[in-house]
Design a protein around this ligand. Structure first.
Ligand SMILES: [Zn+2]
Ligand SMILES: [Zn+2]
Length: 547
């Protein structure tokens, strides 16, 4: 561990501490992080961070968001060190969504200038890919799925073993992960695997099943990434992993599958596990229009979007009827209900399926379906059924410019571009218990001069009480000076800045008669006046917080 890493752990410990205090105060158990959210909410904690991609797993309950600066924001369950146990160890470790941990590549020893560009999450492990072609991993590593020598857990992010060809280390650009294996894609389009070979996930032609002392059946594992066979002479551009199977696509659009084939999830018309990557005939050409555009792996299914923007699914995707365990889709079939939609992006969570398609009126149509969704993860709305067997439009997201879908096992994350409609969505947490009156002057100046509320912390500020003052309500989102100063600060309900006890003399707007001012504490007034002045130099906010 580098010293900078240690430093980060220290600061994240503080963040975690605050988050946990909040939960303890609400008497919530670790299983009950709060009520399920039945419609999409803006996540306050990251509402003023420019996130460029979100990474989740259909088999996991943790999440990695990568921001525009190439830092990672980690949140969710991490009891098996899946998020590197940043902050705190223990059985029930959890990083609150209200206090995500920020991790930079440099925190874990990456060279200066390296950014995180991709991430892959399994059930209990995580891979973070750097712009320099290296990758780091943490979490369960019993089968070497972290690309590190097998051990129960890699407790903090460590530099993983890059794949090698002829003794040269290959540059990794993308990663994907299942429960006990991982894939990495190199800049040359080669796919390498590591972890357990039990169901053919490694694509090396064998499971390595053998019996050890005591009659126990074990399988081979590889912790140093090995090439996936069947793809050697292809230039692969996309990889995706389900819990125990994989799907990939080359630059021509040929789709390949391998690994566990229960419920015909590989779409090959049978349930036989595939030990060497095999192309799916219906997407193998030569008709270009029917070849792949994107590939997605779900928990017991696979999805292909073809170059005509048609959505195809194979395997089991619901509990009853056609597409269930009794009658899985044995080969890739078109989803009839969305045949008319030109799907260009899709993702699958624990029991959920999401897709994006162009819409006539709105920026984009968010399509969703999934049987047995019981936690509101389809986000269909408060008075709507939680589960949907047929694909349908997600109504709360109408008008929202969704740019990426990231469903996890039973939570869904959406990445959306800011627009007017987005600001209308509810926020999580819902009620910040922010002060009613302007946190600078603590005065009610009437409706004519009602304070501006921060989009993240809800603290109110009069336009004229800001430093520098604002002439008009700004367009779009507005974040208060404190939130601007520390964009990733954790959200703590009820932590709203205590309103100033007394109004400040100098910045008091002319329209406010002096007699409104309280009598005592003149010294403090001048003190706060100094602080505001210092804000101009950009250093007042931390001073305020310290106070
Ligand atoms: Zn004010
Ligand atoms: Zn704020």
């Amino acid at each position: 561990m580098t010293s900078s890493n240690k430093h980060d752990s220290d600061s994240s410990e503080k963040r975690w501490g605050r988050g946990r205090k909040d939960r303890a105060g609400k008497k919530e158990s670790d299983e009950e992080q709060g009520p399920d959210l039945l419609e999409p909410h803006i996540l306050r904690s990251l509402s003023n961070i420019k996130i460029t991609s979100i990474h989740t797993s259909c088999a996991g309950s943790h999440c990695v968001c990568i921001d525009i600066d190439g830092a990672a924001w980690l949140l969710g369950r991490s009891e098996k060190s899946s998020l590197g146990n940043l902050g705190e160890g223990g059985e029930d470790f959890f990083i609150s969504e209200n206090a995500p941990v920020r991790l930079t590549p440099q925190d874990i020893g990456a060279p200066k200038g390296t950014k995180f560009v991709n991430a892959a999450l399994g059930r209990n492990h995580t891979l973070l890919v750097g712009s320099n072609g290296q990758f780091w991993s943490a979490g369960v590593n019993q089968a070497g799925q972290c690309a590190l020598p097998p051990c129960a857990e890699v407790s903090s992010f460590k530099l993983a073993h890059n794949p090698e060809v002829d003794g040269n280390k290959e540059k990794v650009v993308k990663a994907a992960a299942g429960i006990n294996f991982s894939l990495v894609l190199t800049e040359d389009g080669q796919v390498f695997s590591c972890g357990s070979a039990e169901k053919g996930q490694l694509g090396n032609g064998k499971t390595g099943e053998h019996i050890v002392t005591g009659g126990k059946v074990v399988f081979d594992y590889e912790w140093e990434p090995i090439p996936v066979r069947g793809l050697e002479d292809k230039k692969v551009v996309e990889i995706a992993c389900g819990p125990q199977h994989s799907i990939a696509m080359d630059d021509a659009g040929v789709v390949y599958v391998w690994g566990y084939n229960g419920y015909c999830r590989l779409g090959l018309g049978n349930q036989k596990d595939v030990l060497i990557a095999q192309s799916v005939p219906q997407f193998a050409g030569p008709n270009v229009a029917t070849m792949g555009l994107h590939v997605i792996a779900g928990p017991s299914n696979s999805v292909v979007i073809d170059k005509q923007n048609m959505y195809w699914m194979a395997g089991k995707w619901k509990n009853t009827g056609d597409g269930s365990s009794g009658q899985p889709y044995s080969s890739f079939r078109i989803m009839q209900d969305i045949m008319g939609c030109k799907v260009y992006h899709a993702a699958s969570g624990g029991v959920t399926h999401f897709a994006l398609a162009p819409d006539d009126e709105a920026p984009v149509m968010t399509i969703t379906f999934g049987q047995g969704a019981s936690n509101g993860e389809l986000g269909l709305g408060l008075d709507q059924p939680k589960s949907a067997t047929k694909p349908q439009r997600n109504e709360p997201l109408i008008g929202i410019d969704v740019i990426q879908l990231a469903p996890a096992q039973n939570t869904t994350f959406f990445l959306a571009a800011p627009n007017e409609k987005l600001s209308d969505l509810p926020r999580h947490p819902l009620d910040m218990e922010a002060p009613e009156l302007c946190v600078v002057c603590n005065k009610d100046l009437g409706d004519e001069d009602s304070p501006l509320e921060c989009e993240k912390c809800d603290n109110p500020y009069h336009l004229k009480c800001l430093d520098p003052p604002l002439d008009a309500v700004p367009d779009g989102e507005w974040f208060c000076p404190d939130c601007e100063d520390d964009p990733g600060a954790p959200i703590v309900v009820g932590s709203g800045k205590k309103p100033a006890k007394k109004p400040a003399k100098r910045p008091a707007p002319k329209s406010v008669p002096d007699e409104n001012a309280e009598e005592d504490g003149v010294d403090e007034d001048s003190g706060s006046g100094r602080k505001r002045k210092a804000t101009v130099g950009g250093k007042a906010a931390p001073a305020k917080r310290k106070k």
